[in-house]
Design a protein around this ligand. Structure first.
Ligand SMILES: O=C(O)CCC(=O)C(=O)O
Ligand SMILES: [Fe+2]
Length: 329
C-alpha cells in the first residue's frame, strides 16, 4: 500500500501564542529567536576559537547505520573540522559523526547570554526541584545528513522546544496514543510501520521541515523521529510543564528510588531467612529496636500515603472521566 500522507504541522507567529495551555499538540512557532545574539554569533569560527579545546560527546554512526551509534569523547575543534567538510549526500556507505546532546551549560555557561528562553517555555517545574536532583536539560546539536535520531519520546514526559538556528531538520511526530502502539524498531518513515501500526490509528502522522528561525514545540509523551537533510545547528531544551508534572514526578522518582528498591528487597529477603531460623536475631529481638525501625518506616512512607489518599479522594469525588481510555499499549 502507498505510505500514509503526513499532515503538515501548524505554524504560528510568536506574538499569537501567549500560553502553552492553548496548545494541545506540537506546533512550529516563528519569531521567537528574533532578538537572539546567537543567530549572528554562533558560527563555526566562534565555536572553534572560543571552545575548540573542549571535549564533547560525539555520536559515531558506523557505515550502513542510520540510527545506531556509539558515543565517544572528542575535541570540539576536531569535530567541527570534520563537520564542515562532510559531503552533503547523506551516504550511509561511510562512518559518520553527529555532535548531539552537547550539554554546553556545564562547559560554557556564558553561551546562555547569547539567547533567551522564550517566555512561553520558561515555566519549568525542574527549576523548583531541590538542587541535588536538578539536571541539565539544554543542548546544542550540530547535525548533518545521514545521521538520524530514531523514534522516541523524551524522558520523564518532559516537553521540548527545538530552535533551528542554521540549516534545516525534518521531523515526523505521532500522538502519545499512537506512540504507545509502536515497537522499538519502528520508524515513522518505514512502510512497514505505516501498514502495521499507523494505518490502524485514527490520529494523523505529522511532518515538519524546520528551517533557521523556526522553533518547534513538542508536548510531553509525543513520539518523534528526526532526520537531518543538510548541515544544521540547533539549540534545544526539555522542560516540565504543569500539565505533565505528576507523570514527570512518578517517572523521575522511580529512577531515583531504583537503587533503594533493590536495597529494600535485599533486606526483606534477609529478614525472611532470619524469621525462618526460629526468629533468633539480636537486633530484631529488641522491642525498642523494632519500634525505632517502625517509626522510621512510617516516616519514609508517610508522603506516599498522603499522595495515595489524594488519589483515592479524587477517585471518590470524580464526576466523570475527562479522557477516554486509550486501550493501546
Ligand atoms: O535532532 C535530533 O537529532 C534529536 C532531537 C530530539 O528529539 C531530542 O533531543 O530529544
Ligand atoms: Fe526528542
Amino acid at each position: 500500500m502507498a505510505p500514509i500522507s503526513p499532515t503538515p504541522l501548524r505554524v504560528l507567529d510568536g506574538s499569537a501564542v501567549t500560553t502553552l495551555e492553548d496548545l494541545d499538540g506540537p506546533v512550529v512557532i516563528r519569531g521567537l529567536q528574533d532578538e537572539w545574539p546567537a543567530r549572528e554569533l554562533w558560527t563555526v569560527e566562534h565555536f572553534r576559537d572560543q571552545y575548540g579545546g573542549l571535549r564533547v560527546p560525539v555520536r559515531e554512526y558506523p557505515a550502513g547505520s542510520e540510527y545506531e551509534y556509539t558515543i565517544a569523547d572528542g575535541g570540539l575543534a576536531e569535530f567541527l573540522e570534520y563537520w564542515e567538510k562532510i559531503p552533503m549526500d547523506g551516504s550511509l556507505a561511510r562512518d559518520r559523526r553527529y555532535l548531539a546532546e552537547w550539554n554546553f551549560v556545564r562547559d560554557c555557561p556564558e553561551l546562555l547570554d547569547d539567547f533567551s528562553v522564550p517566555a512561553i517555555f520558561s515555566e519549568d517545574w525542574i527549576d523548583r526541584l531541590p538542587e541535588q536532583v536538578r539536571f541539565g536539560r539544554m543542548w546544542i546539536f550540530f547535525g548533518e545528513p545521514g545521521c538520524s535520531t530514531g523514534l522516541h519520546c523524551d524522558t520523564f514526559s518532559t516537553s521540548a522546544w527545538l530552535a533551528v538556528l542554521d540549516g534545516s531538520k525534518e521531523l515526523r511526530l505521532v500522538t502519545p496514543e499512537t506512540g504507545r502502539a509502536l515497537r522499538a524498531d519502528d520508524s515513522l518513515w518505514s512502510e512497514r510501520t505505516h501498514d502495521e501500526v499507523l494505518r490502524k490509528s485514527t490520529d494523523p502522522l505529522y511532518e515538519v521541515t524546520l528551517r533557521a528561525g523556526d522553533t518547534l514545540y513538542i508536548p510531553g509523551d509525543w513520539y518523534h523521529e528526526v532526520r537531518n537533510p543538510e548541515r544544521n545547528l540547533m539549540l534545544t531544551a526539555n522542560f516540565v510543564e504543569e500539565r505533565k508534572l505528576l507523570s514527570f514526578l512518578a517517572q523521575f522518582e522511580t529512577r531515583l528510588t531504583e537503587p533503594l528498591s533493590i536495597l529494600r528487597q535485599a533486606r526483606n529477603a534477609r529478614i525472611r531467612t532470619w524469621a525462618g531460623g526460629a526468629g533468633r536475631h539480636d537486633e530484631l529481638a529488641r522491642p525498642e529496636f523494632r519500634a525505632r525501625q517502625l517509626d522510621w518506616v512510617r516516616g519514609m512512607t508517610s508522603e506516599l500515603r498522603e499522595y495515595e489518599r489524594a488519589l483515592l479522594d479524587w477517585d471518590a469525588t470524580d464526576t466523570g472521566a475527562t479522557e477516554a481510555p486509550s486501550g493501546a499499549r
